[in-house]
Design a protein around this ligand. Sequence first.
Ligand code: ADP
Ligand code: MN
Ligand code: MN
Ligand code: MN
Length: 335
Amino acid sequence: MPFQAEYIWIDGVKPTPTLRSKTKVMADDEKISVWGFDGSSTEQAGGESSDCVLRPVFSCPDPIRGGKNILVMCDVLQAKDDSPHPTNTRAALAEQAKKYADQEMIYGIEQEYTMLRLDGTPYGFPVGGFPAPQGPYYCGVGAGRVVGREIIEEHTQACIDAGLMISGTNAEVMPGQWEFQIGPADALTVSDHMYVARWLLQRIAEDYDVVISFAAKPMKGDWNGAGAHTNFSTKAMRNDTNLKAITAACEALGKRVMEHVDNYGDDIASRLTGKHETAPYNKFSYGVSDRGASVRIPWQVGRDGKGYAEDRRPNANVDPYTVTRLILETVCGAA
Ligand code: ADP
Ligand code: MN
Ligand code: MN
Ligand code: MN
């Protein structure tokens, strides 16, 4: 029996690329192979030589279609010579991951997002108005406190069925805002899984006429933004004594502040203001248990003297290939 392979890739839209996908009907015994698409329709090519190449990098069962059907995450190559397309941030990460493989860096990324109605208003806000101020919504239960749980339930089970390393979910501080976490895993795995998980979320929400927004600050004013806290640890950090390697990692991050922040997602200055559990984007700080710091060392890690650190700065709309690459370069490069 033929089956369906959904080829997923990242387009060239600026400032925040979006996911695209198309379906290939595969013969019963057909193996995954390279495919192509029209780059002039995805801001990845001009009309005169528009073909781009899709190279499969990760595949898993398709939990929506079920059966033998699969999802195929791809990166994009240039048709003229099979080199990475300028929009392909995975290729640069693959190089750094290889270079620093001996330090065994792993990551857990907390993906926050906001549900919107088709008209762009938050799903958690009453039509034409505002809900009561933040407070009851974070990890809340009950009508009037959380909305969209049916989508979260379906998405979490879909990620599990696909074999993705999803590690949890929670309702967030602003109504209609939620989070899921992927990891811990190496840079390429956590990033590939994150993109497939984002695709599944958007695909499932489609059936509810709900738009998933990864915008950093979807509602101006006294409403939390949406981030992608990136937890990381090298082997040395996991086997640390008295936070020596963890402190060294934080100090290294403090020496390259803007290289990171400028690549941590669009509109980061609106989110990292110093309010709403953030540190100002241009002022680096770190500390044990400090949710107002750029980088937090969890209290248990502070107590044990070893473990991991949490870079709280990346936006929800960050490219996981880029944030994991930058942390590799900065932390492993200084070790
Ligand atoms: P928070 O308290 O910040 O909301 P979460 O529970 O949402 O924390 O997320 C913590 C993340 O840290 C998870 O994705 C988990 O996989 C990850 N994590 C746990 N241990 C490590 C480690 N040693 N190295 C890297 N990431 C880790
Ligand atoms: Mn979290
Ligand atoms: Mn959160
Ligand atoms: Mn966090």
